[in-house]
Design a protein around this ligand. Structure first.
Ligand code: V47
Length: 379
């Protein structure tokens, strides 16, 4: 088949709602496959599933410590205990963050941090418990699969047992971090000590089985090649076929500054949009694709709403992981700004909560809000 015939075959599959293969994914990553054509197909799927919605939420981040036993070479956030930048937040500081979040109308706190070798498992449970007890309406999207694996190591308890306790303490869902690139050819070079693909997937499978929704990610634009990315997407798709528990996929563009991979150039916006669109096309069973504006920059994130993405994440406060790695995006957006960014693309700005339910808000009074109906349009 020549190029035009191959692309036509993919187009026909997408139009008919059929699944794309590993080879289709690789073909779409060929630099000779025009970005705008992939974007057009991804947009078709995006509109089929999410209509004209442009989702966002009002959220904040909490990274209770950056001290970490692992030395992933893509990470600029981690620190050693004795580093000047190493920190550990007290309960009082954590509660202050909860208070600030509630006063600013946040519906979600995204909690992730380092694996601090002097803190026991109960310290991590406590972070969630005090926040949940103090601010019960704030959804806690807490601890990645990598942290859960660390808790397994600390406690010698099962994943199920740990997740059951964390859910009872107040975890509402899990973020998608720690997935990086599953393929061992890459994973062994960028984060060799961290949970492998099988473990990350087992943890998310167990979370889904316990009724916890989770997100999933892929870190791209470093040493990986196209076949590693497609392999990664297909592994996520297979778990989603089994459980249906993933809500959102977030492709994460590598930021090299202050990392052990600082000789690598940041991915171009063409690569960002291509990856966004291919993710939408390959992950036919995951309802949402997030263009995380902190990482992409506002211009690319906004454009991504026409390349498969339907969600910009949130207004965000206190983001450290990307800003430590050289992100030049602002620390936070106002609600008006994020709505304008979405509206400028012709999409309808819709505030959602973490579980993709509509948030009805008294615009004059940010801390008065109610949860409304589920927002999934096309499934
Ligand atoms: O797992 C770390 C990535 C992830 C760098 O679930 C880096 O809604 C690029 O997972 N350059 C954490 N990426 C962030 C994350 C996330 C973000 C937004 C929303 C959600 C969600 C999840 O950040 C890590 C790693 O893949 N990361 N360092 C870096 N230098």
């Amino acid at each position: 088949m020549n190029y035009a015939q191959s692309f036509q075959a993919i187009r026909e599959k997408v139009e008919a709602g059929q699944r794309l293969s590993f080879d289709d994914g690789l073909f779409l990553y060929e630099p000779t496959t025009p970005l705008q054509e992939i974007g057009e197909l991804a947009n078709l799927v995006r509109e089929r599933i999410n209509g004209n919605a442009g989702y966002y939420n009002i959220n904040t981040h909490l990274n209770p410590t950056n001290v970490c036993v692992y030395r992933c070479n893509f990470c600029a956030f981690r620190a050693d205990l004795r580093d000047a930048k190493g920190y550990l937040m007290s309960d009082a500081q954590i509660m202050e963050r909860g208070q600030e979040a509630v006063e600013n109308g946040c519906t979600e706190m995204h909690i992730v941090g380092g694996l601090h070798h002097q803190m026991d498992y109960q310290w991590y449970v406590n972070v969630v418990r005090i926040l949940h007890d103090g601010f019960p309406r704030l959804h806690l999207k807490a601890w990645t699969g990598v942290e859960i694996n660390w808790f397994e190591f600390l406690t010698k308890r099962s994943v199920r047992d740990i997740l059951t306790e964390l859910k009872e303490a107040g975890v509402g869902s899990m973020p998608g971090g720690g997935a990086e690139i599953f393929h061992p050819e890459v994973r062994d070079k960028i984060c060799e000590h961290k949970s492998d693909a099988g473990k990350w997937i087992e943890i998310h499978r167990t979370a889904h089985d316990l009724g916890l929704r989770t997100n999933c990610t892929m870190l791209y634009g470093h040493i990986e090649e196209a076949y590693h990315r497609i392999d990664h997407l297909i592994r996520l798709r297979e778990l989603q076929d089994e459980t249906g528990g993933f809500q959102t996929f977030i492709p994460l563009a590598f930021h090299p500054e202050n990392t052990g991979l600082d000789y690598i150039k940041k991915p171009s916006s063409v690569m960002d949009l291509r990856t966004m669109a291919i993710s939408r096309l390959m992950l036919d069973n995951i309802p949402h694709i997030k263009a995380y504006w902190i990482m992409l920059g506002l211009d690319v994130a906004q454009t991504a709403l026409a390349y498969g993405a339907d969600d910009l994440d949130g207004t965000v406060r206190h983001e450290l992981i990307y800003h430590d790695a050289g992100a030049t995006t602002p620390q936070a957006l106002t609600v008006d700004k994020i709505r304008d960014v979405i509206a400028e693309t012709g999409r309808e700005p819709i505030e959602r909560d973490t579980l993709y339910r509509r948030v009805h808000r008294d615009t004059g009074n940010l801390d008065r809000w109610e949860i409304g109906e589920e927002l999934l349009i096309g499934r």
